[in-house]
Design a protein around this ligand. Structure first.
Ligand code: PLP
Length: 409
């Protein structure tokens, strides 16, 4: 987490408070460590970055430069992938509702994973209307990998829906299956990954035996790097990239041991939070300190909406930079935001000193933060990339007019 007072002051002077700070060097290092763990355990591995997690184009472009594919779940995200320079054959289009650009992408040979039978019916029609073009699709499977809930995504493999899907595909001569996709949220154990690959291979053996598939896509859902303060809240001895990679590799390598490289499927995963969470910090400033009936409230110039998914589940790791000479003792303090919501609490149980003008740095805010910030009460702040001492603006602060532009005055 960023803790260099000079860099923090520079960032705030140049771009104002609050602000997101992307740590470019550390992200690249982490990307390479992740990719290498996967690649050394399955030689035909490819990484497809989950845009929804954080589609800041600067980051998407960096992923492209590092060799990653793009995983998108809407026309907007597909548009971003094209804007940063992706060709269709390096984009994976997922999601329960795809837009018109999904059709365009399919006709251009992109990888699109079908979520349900209605979507498939529309694609069968598209294939029939374009009978001279060979269209290849992936199927998202709904399987039980031991999670504690029934997922709503994908085509159920237990109800006959999967067989129906295969029957529908056969009604169009120019439509074929080229991949299998599984993603189940909230399942980050190594066992969940072993189960994913086993389930995928079971389906492949049962329905595609002898047929060469281009890819198996296992989605994402791994624990990424994080500060100890946060890791401890998820439990002891969290799995590392290598633990996941070895578990998947053991199963997939055994299954394809007699295949040549060319005949093996590409293995994709789609890391999002896994890749980005640890590499964006958020700097906020203490605006006021209130003591009300024995409770200490520290009001920050931001809101809970700035901080992303993890802040809703756990207590984010923080750094405090003391700028004010007059420090007050805070006991069991709550960091609260600029909204008028009582539940706009960003940190509970702070014990230490603070003064107005001090900075609070929240770590691990890379996922579902800037992309999930509503214009509630105030627009969003700027984002910069930090590379050593050098700072670069990668998202401007949103203006009031930017918010108003889509309303009719
Ligand atoms: C289809 C799909 N792929 C990838 C991801 C990203 O997973 P993670 O953030 O756990 O790396 C998600 C997140 O929900 C997803 O739905």
């Amino acid at each position: 987490m960023i803790n260099n007072k000079q860099t923090i002051n520079n960032a705030l002077q140049l771009y104002g408070s609050p602000i997101y700070v992307f740590d470019k060097r550390a992200f690249i290092e982490n990307y390479r460590a992740f990719f290498s763990a996967m690649k050394t355990n399955y030689e035909k591995y490819e990484l497809s970055y989950s845009y929804k997690t954080n589609y800041a184009p600067y980051i998407c472009k960096l992923v492209k430069e590092l060799g990653g594919y793009a995983e998108v779940v809407s026309d907007m995200e597909y548009y971003i992938a094209k804007k940063v320079g992706y060709e269709d054959d390096h984009i994976i289009y997922n999601g329960p509702i795809k837009g018109k650009l999904g059709n365009e992408m399919l006709l251009n040979g992109g990888m699109l994973n079908v979520d349900n039978l209605d979507e498939l019916t529309r694609i069968v029609d598209l294939a029939k209307q374009n009978s001279k073009i060979n269209i290849k699709i992936g199927l998202r499977l709904n399987v039980d990998i031991g999670q504690s809930f029934v997922s709503r995504f994908g085509i159920d493999v237990t109800s006959g829906d999967f067989e129906k899907a295969l029957g529908l595909i056969q009604t169009a001569d120019n439509l074929d299956v080229q991949g299998i996709h599984i993603h189940v949220g909230q399942s980050r154990t190594v066992m969940a990954w072993t189960n994913r690959i086993k389930e995928a291979l079971k389906i492949i053996d049962k329905y595609f035996d002898g047929k060469k598939l281009k890819y198996i896509d296992l989605g994402s859902g791994m624990f990424g790097e994080m500060d100890d303060e946060l890791a401890i809240q998820f439990g002891k001895d969290l799995p590392k990239y290598l633990d996941y990679a070895q578990a998947i590799g053991m199963v997939i390598n055994e299954h394809y041991k007699d295949y040549t490289y060319d005949n093996k499927p590409i293995l994709f995963t789609e890391p999002g939070t896994t890749l980005i969470n640890h590499y964006i910090d958020f700097i906020a400033t203490v605006s006021s300190i209130k003591h009300i009936r024995g409770k200490d409230f520290v009001v920050l110039d931001c809101s809970k909406h700035n901080l992303g998914e993890i802040s809703y589940l756990k207590k984010l790791p923080i750094n405090v930079i003391h700028n004010n000479k007059n420090q007050e003792q805070i006991v069991d303090g709550e960091f609260v935001g600029y909204t008028c919501l009582e539940h706009d609490k960003m940190y509970i149980g702070y014990n230490g000193t603070l003064g107005t003008g001090d900075n609070i740095i929240f770590g691990n805010v890379g996922g579902y933060s800037n992309v999930d910030k509503p214009p509630f009460i105030l627009p969003n702040c700027a984002m910069i990339s930090m590379e050593g001492e050098s700072l670069e603006l990668i998202k401007e602060k949103e203006s009031f007019d930017y918010i108003l532009d889509t309303y009719v005055l």
